[in-house]
Every structure is written in C-alpha cells, then in structure tokens.
Design a protein. Structure first.
Length: 218
C-alpha cells in the first residue's frame, strides 16, 4: 500500500495537476460587481497640469479627499505602500483621487514632497467643485457616506466602468462597499491588494482567451 501511495504522489497527482492547468480552466472567483455602470470622470475635471483622466480601459483605485489632514495623508500612504507600489508594474492600473478646487495650491506642495521618495507614474489628483463631487459620488451608489467631499474609503473600478468590491457586513445589518484605507496595513494588504490582483488577473485571462480565438489555424 505504501508503494501505491508513493506512486500516486510522485506520478499521478503531478500529471493530473498539469492537465488541469494546461486545460486553461479558470477556477478563481471573480470579484463581485457592486455597481454595473458608474459615470466617467467629467471632461472638465482636470489635474493641476490640465490633464483629463479617464476611468474607461483602466483599472482604477478611486478615492475622495476633502482636506490634506494628517489622517488623509496617512491613508494615501497606506494605499500607496500596500496596494499601488506592489502592482505599479501593471500599466493598466491607476490611482485617482478627487479633490475640491480649493485644495490645489496646498496639494501641489504635498505632491512635490511625496514624489521625492515615491514613484507615482499612474497616480493622479483631479479637481472639481464640491457640489459636483457630491453629485458624482451619489452616482456610485455605495453605502459609504461622503462628508464634505471626504471619505476614508477607496473603491476599485474596472475597465468597463463597473464598481467592484466586497460586500462587508457590519453588525450583521449594514453593508459597506469599498475599502477602508485607514485599516491596519495587514488588513488592507490581505483584502484590497488581493482584490486588485483578482481584477488584474481577470483581464489578463480574458486577453489570453481572445488571443487564442484569433490565432490562425495551422
């Protein structure tokens, strides 16, 4: 019996595993869709350099900050270190924070200091009027409130403008969309970074499948 068990462990299981993965079967669970269609960023919302940032065809970490308090700066640092920096090699990924116009001078000074120590090739801050930010946020249809254009939660938006994420049960009553960027970094790492990787993997897998269907027959 020991020899049979050893034979199965050494030969049968590896072959079965190879055939399983070679078949291209996708077994990972896709990240749920929270909102089927959110609005694109309005064309007149711009960065301090005048650039218009689009969500479509990019995987986006989307955030809203109403001030540059120590808490908000710490939250952005958490997102940068635990999510963005570990995945910035993927050109499809971007981080977008929406801020009120009044913060533009203060933000420029902060970003200048930040970029001395942090690479941010696909990280943008865009500005809008507070009432416009409120209207846009309402269109996300999330359970997390926006107070004075500020929330510690950030959201994942896929290339098709679908809001993705987990539905967390709070006190068995309230569901919260998004990811709390003030969470301890190990929680943010285990939840949000994993979920970003799932969305990235979904699109890579879809690209491979499309490539295979377009290959000419030999």
């Amino acid at each position: 019996m020991k020899k049979v068990g050893l034979f199965i462990a050494l030969f049968v299981i590896p072959i079965v595993a190879y055939l399983f993965f070679a078949s291209g079967v996708n077994t990972f669970v896709k990240l749920p869709v929270v909102n089927e269609q959110i609005p694109e960023i309005p064309s007149h919302w711009r960065t301090s350099e005048g650039k218009h940032v689009q969500l479509e065809n990019r995987i986006t970490i989307l955030g809203f900050i109403g001030d540059l308090s120590f808490e908000n700066k710490s939250n952005m640092t958490n997102v940068s270190q635990e999510v963005y920096q570990k995945n910035k090699q993927y050109l499809d990924l971007q981080v977008v924070y929406v801020l009120p116009e009044t913060l533009k001078p203060e933000l420029e000074e902060y970003v200048e200091k930040l970029r001395r120590t942090t690479e941010m090739p696909s990280w943008d801050f865009i500005f809008a009027q507070p009432e416009e930010i409120q209207q846009y946020y309402q269109a996300l249809k999330v359970d997390v409130p926006l107070e004075n254009t500020n929330t510690p939660y950030v959201f994942i938006v896929d290339k098709d403008l679908k809001l993705r994420g987990r539905k967390k049960k709070i006190d068995k009553q309230t569901s919260l969309d998004g990811y709390l960027s003030s969470e301890p970094i190990e929680i943010l790492h285990n939840e949000m970074e994993d979920d970003v990787k799932v969305v990235l993997a979904e699109y890579r897998l879809a690209t491979k499948k499309n490539y295979k269907t377009q290959e000419p027959e030999l």
